[in-house]
Design a protein around this ligand. Structure first.
Ligand code: ASP
Length: 712
């Protein structure tokens, strides 16, 4: 109790101070191997490089954990993890229903017994790494593009298997750092029993919802607490009530005073994907085809789900996580499109490649080795653009329509089954594949909703019939058979869906349990169509493999010659491996005539709540009315280089103490996946002072606060 009171007195911040001027012009998601090449002390770090990263001892790195596709950090020696609300959201959704609406009310375990498993969530801790490029590329020198790619994949399997055997208890994974060129093996400790401790109500965790997503100024409490458990002997284990809280090698101290404007800060985390080393063709493909197509399609899906959800609250709970994830991507992609235009990125890449070509052409030995490199990359990308509509459609069809996906899955199994030579082989297939068939079909049918699926297929068919001759899909055209008007497509879809027995959960389940042979001999028009689509996809896959194989080789050469030209080495693109990035708490000018301060406060939360989009808890309004809390910092802005996957990453001060939880980027920074720039790249975190305040005052979760160690 006393500890909490003391804490609260530290919240009052008064003004946000300016400590020293800052300089940072360069991007940087540094892998651990690059840390030795940056002068972190000069940048502002006050702990030793060994305290940050020490391969032969304990360091801050040991407190960082990958939480599914996000990042988190340990905050106690009892396995307490802090991450984002949006990283825990789908697990809260999974335990919510109309009666127990944890999404709306939040979830708080009062003790260990009440902590509920986040089903399916696996956490990972990087334990060590080594460069295995030589092993991965061995024997690939004289192979053609497709065989080379296959050999690389085979080598990766062999090396990984060997490493896994010699590292029991760890999971080894090889990550490609530079396409076709460098490979690093990471050894991870896995934690498979992760439970929910505290997840705030959605009105705090995602305050402002989609309206505020990817936006600064921001007022969101996007944080959540989890706990990792292991078997009593310390080994990783799935959920079991005998499991005990995991004791991490290291956990972070929390600084309840947060940080000030211009303070040096850094982030350790698992950024997902960036494309900075990709060629101009890739940029043009994304700018002119991919980003627009996906954001439109996702917007359309969200709209449909919202309409259906309005009529049925249970359905709206079922759709909640999917809508959130689609909306997150759709808005991000719109930001990227704006960024492409504003920074004229594709043209700049083109210009850079033109200059690189001149550099190559000016030297005979470079010219003979790399002369045709850029033209060939360009050819491959123009080819990709020629078939863009068809390929993007095929990439989306199965996620858009679970019934088509289930039909395609069944059609694949049927094909194998029918080709088996005799009854004995068929019997053996039925026994050995039962579990797989069940798993694969349930994956699709589990997320199936007939009304949504029908609407989606009308849209997808209508889109496909308008494709030009390069992009035409014979299987679709055959099915449509000239019936191209909207009403004709609607009645075609109606017919297909009313005939499909996969529509009927009970019947499918009966088949799966009692009569698999009948399921494998079941046929309908949709299954026929899905089978033909499968064949087309396979044919295109072969073309894709050829192109990917060639690009993999070409990209390795492109980085090689670019490094010679620029006379420096590069930082690899983000690839979900552990990275360090640093910078400063800093405002910026996102748009002409605007300056954005690097802090928002509780006063802003209250002000926003006057509009309908922002649902504010009464408890917060009352606390605000009762106390002098206007200056309580809520979110902060900083010029670090982050991307998706950095969600939940700890933001630390110069001493390595937790001062915020990273959760987003400003709209203008969504483009930094292609090009980071100090003028427009800003990331957003929840200030630790808001986290502690919500825990203490709103959730009354002092037991969670008391588990943490506060920095003096
Ligand atoms: N909010 C982001 C995400 O969805 C984090 C980011 O991309 O910066 O992953």
């Amino acid at each position: 109790m006393k500890k909490s009171l003391l804490l609260f007195s530290l919240f009052a911040v008064g003004s946000v101070l300016t400590s020293h001027t800052t300089q940072k012009q360069e991007e940087g998601m540094f892998p651990l191997s690059e840390l030795k090449n940056i002068d972190v002390k000069k940048a502002g770090l006050k702990i030793t490089p060994q305290e940050l990263y020490n391969p032969s001892g304990t360091s801050l790195i040991d407190a960082i954990v990958r939480v599914g596709g996000c990042t988190g950090s340990f905050l106690s020696n009892e396995g307490l993890i802090v991450t984002n609300h949006h990283c825990a959201f789908s697990y809260v959704q999974a335990i919510s229903d109309v009666k127990n609406d944890y999404i709306k009310l939040g979830f708080l375990a009062q003790n260990r017994q009440q902590e509920v498993p986040a089903k399916g969530l696996v956490c990972k801790i990087t334990s060590s790494y080594k460069d295995v490029s030589v092993d991965v590329l061995s024997g690939t020198q004289d192979l053609d593009a497709v065989s080379r790619l296959k050999k690389i994949a085979d080598n990766i399997k062999v090396v990984t298997l060997k490493e896994n055997e010699s590292n029991p208890g760890l999971q080894c994974e090889i990550s490609e750092m530079f396409t076709g060129k460098t490979y690093v093996l990471f050894r991870y400790k896995l934690l498979k029993d992760v439970r929910l401790v505290y997840v705030p109500p959605v009105s705090i965790g995602a305050y402002g919802g989609e309206l505020d997503n990817w936006v600064w100024p921001r007022h969101s409490g996007d944080f959540a607490f989890l706990r990792a458990y292991v078997a009593p002997d310390g080994s990783a284990a799935e959920y079991n009530d005998k499991n005990v809280p995991y004791k991490p090698v290291k956990y972070l101290n929390v600084n309840p005073k947060g940080a000030n404007e211009n303070d040096f800060i850094f982030v350790l985390g698992y950024p997902g994907r960036t494309y900075r080393h990709q060629p101009a063709g890739f940029y043009e493909y994304h700018e002119n085809y991919f980003l627009g197509y996906i954001s439109n399609l996702f917007d359309w899906q969200i709209n449909q789900m919202e309409q259906l959800g309005k009529k049925d609250y249970a359905l709206s709970i079922k759709y909640a996580a999917r809508i959130k994830s689609l909306a997150n991507t759709a808005k991000n992609f719109k930001g990227k499109l704006q960024g492409f235009k504003r920074a004229d990125l594709s043209a700049k890449k083109r210009e850079e490649e033109k200059q690189l070509q001149q550099y190559i052409d000016a030297n005979n030995s470079l010219k003979s080795k790399y002369g045709n490199l850029i033209p060939r990359v360009n050819e491959l990308y123009s080819d990709l653009m020629k078939y863009a509509n068809r390929n993007m459609w095929l990439d989306q069809i199965y996620s858009v329509s679970p019934l088509v996906q289930a039909s395609a899955t069944l059609s694949n199994y049927k094909l194998i089954y029918q080709r088996l030579p005799n009854e004995t082989a068929k019997k053996e297939f039925l026994t050995s594949q039962r579990a797989n068939i069940k798993k694969d079909l349930s994956k699709s049918l589990g997320r199936y909703d007939v009304n949504l699926d029908k609407l989606a297929m009308v849209k997808m068919f209508s889109d496909a019939v308008s494709f030009n001759s390069n992009n035409m899909l014979p299987s679709v055209n055959k099915l449509i058979n000239g019936r191209t008007s909207l009403s004709e497509i609607e009645s075609l879809v109606e017919g297909l869906y009313s005939k499909s027995k996969l529509n009927n959960n009970k019947e499918v389940n009966d088949w799966m349990e009692n009569d698999l042979a009948s399921l494998l001999s079941y046929n309908d028009e949709l299954i026929n169509f899905a089978g033909e689509l499968n064949e087309e996809v396979m044919k295109f896959d072969i073309e894709d493999q050829k192109r990917d194989g060639e690009l993999s080789q070409l990209m390795a050469s492109l980085v090689e010659v670019k490094q010679q030209w620029k006379q420096r080495s590069f930082i690899p693109d983000a690839n979900s491996t552990l990275r360090f990035t640093y910078g400063y708490v800093k405002g910026y000018s996102p748009n002409d005539g605007l300056y954005a301060k690097p802090y928002t406060t509780l006063k802003g939360v209250i002000e926003k709540s006057d509009t309908a989009e922002y649902q504010l808890l009464d408890a917060i309004r009352e606390l605000y009315a009762a106390g002098d809390l206007g200056d309580l910092p809520v979110n902060i802005l900083y010029n670090l280089d982050t991307t998706g996957g950095n969600s939940g990453s700890p933001v630390m001060n110069a001493k390595g103490q937790l001062i915020a939880i990273n959760f987003d980027r400003a709209f203008t920074a969504t483009i930094n996946d292609y090009a980071w720039n100090e003028t427009y790249s800003r990331s957003v975190g929840v200030d630790i002072r808001y986290v502690l305040w919500v825990l203490q005052k709103v959730a009354k979760a002092n037991h969670v606060i008391n588990e943490m160690t506060m920095a003096k």
